[in-house]
Design a protein around this ligand. Structure first.
Ligand code: SF4
Length: 342
């Protein structure tokens, strides 16, 4: 590793950067894994790639679009730093098609004379088109679905070469860490039944309750929140908000008066039925069966819960396992309260 590469890696480590796409994986660890995979390759096979994931397809999460709109120079700088770190062949900005329409003119000047190319996320790629290995398939022109892991993209990514994939916010933070401007902040998306929906840049250790108060979004009515992703996050009741925001940093507020349990669960099931890529049976059949059971007048809860367990244990990718996260947390944390209220 060159002196410059060691220097940026130590800055990323010192800033304690973690991935902001949802998984929260330590950034320095990921960068080191790709560098290690490159070292292990036979001489002459030392190609690598960098991908910035700007696909952002989950409802209620819009921070990456906001960051690209306001800080495109920082994001592109972060990607360039990663390319230099790996001496990579090329970088791809895998961009949500609606962001491309809106931001193409903003982004183009920053890409001039760089190794970075915009790859527009296909319009039919859906939510799963933002999963990191599905992105690799999209760029390679294959069917857009997650790959079985291992091997992980860090070792075997684009065209079989080590590939570093990070989220927009992560590259933004890399740029800040490199120039000594990183201030332990993160971006939060607050949506739903609240007066000031939007994206906020605030300290990364704020608890949810404080975040809602500070942004004047704390509801004055009975509510629950889905945290970390509005379809794939964790549902919490109002007494559970003294914790930090997980995942992609989103908080969706639901008024209990407007959202009975039928409406809430149905909307999540509809989302997952639409977004399942159909590659693996537990998810393809499972979400469909969950919807079928749920729409009956008498719900078979033991069967419903058993299917949720099956989805979280056996699905190929995080979409299948996250179905259980939302539903189970909702049934445990929020559903009893709705029953009390009724
Ligand atoms: S869990 Fe669902 S989205 Fe993921 S690979 Fe299987 S079918 Fe596709």
């Amino acid at each position: 590793m060159t002196g410059l590469a060691m220097d940026i890696l130590s800055k990323i480590k010192k800033a304690n950067l973690v991935g902001r796409g949802g998984a929260g994986f330590p950034t320095a660890k990921k960068w080191s894994s790709v560098a290690k995979a490159l070292e292990d390759k036979e001489a002459g096979e030392g190609k690598s790639y960098v991908v910035c994931n700007a696909s952002e397809g989950e409802p209620g999460v819009m921070k990456d679009g906001y960051i690209l709109e306001h800080y495109a120079d920082r994001v592109i700088d972060g990607i360039k730093i990663a390319i230099d770190f790996l001496l990579a062949e090329k970088g791809y900005l895998f961009l949500n098609h609606s962001y491309y329409k809106k931001l193409n003119k903003t982004l183009t000047p920053f890409l001039k004379d760089s190794k970075i190319e915009i790859f527009i996320k296909p319009i039919n790629a859906g939510y799963i088109g933002g999963e990191e290995s599905a992105i690799l398939n999209a760029i390679e022109g294959r069917r857009i679905e997650p790959r079985l892991k291992p091997p992980f993209p860090t070792a075997k990514g684009l065209w079989g070469y080590p590939t570093l994939i990070n989220n927009v916010e992560t590259f933004y933070n890399v740029s800040l860490a490199a120039s000594g401007d990183y201030k332990n902040k993160r971006f939060y998306t607050i949506t739903g039944d609240c007066p000031f929906e939007g994206v906020y840049e605030l300290p990364d250790n704020l608890i949810i309750e404080k975040l809602l108060n500070q942004t004047k979004n704390y509801p004055k009515f009975p509510f629950f929140a889905v945290v970390g992703g509005s379809a794939s996050g964790e549902a919490l009741n109002s007494s559970q908000l003294k914790r930090q925001v997980s995942g992609a940093g989103s908080i969706a507020i639901y008024s209990l008066a407007k959202n009975n349990f039928k409406k809430a669960i149905k909307s999540w099931l509809d989302f997952f039925v639409n977004e399942s890529c159909g590659q693996c049976t537990p998810c393809r059949e499972g979400v469909y069966r969950l919807q079928e059971i749920f729409m009956k007048e008498k719900i078979d809860w033991p069967m419903f819960n058993s299917l949720l367990d099956n989805l979280s244990d056996t699905s190929i990718c995080a979409l299948g396992s996250s179905v259980a996260t939302t539903m189970k947390s909702f049934i445990k944390n929020v559903h009893p309260r709705i029953n009390e209220k009724n």
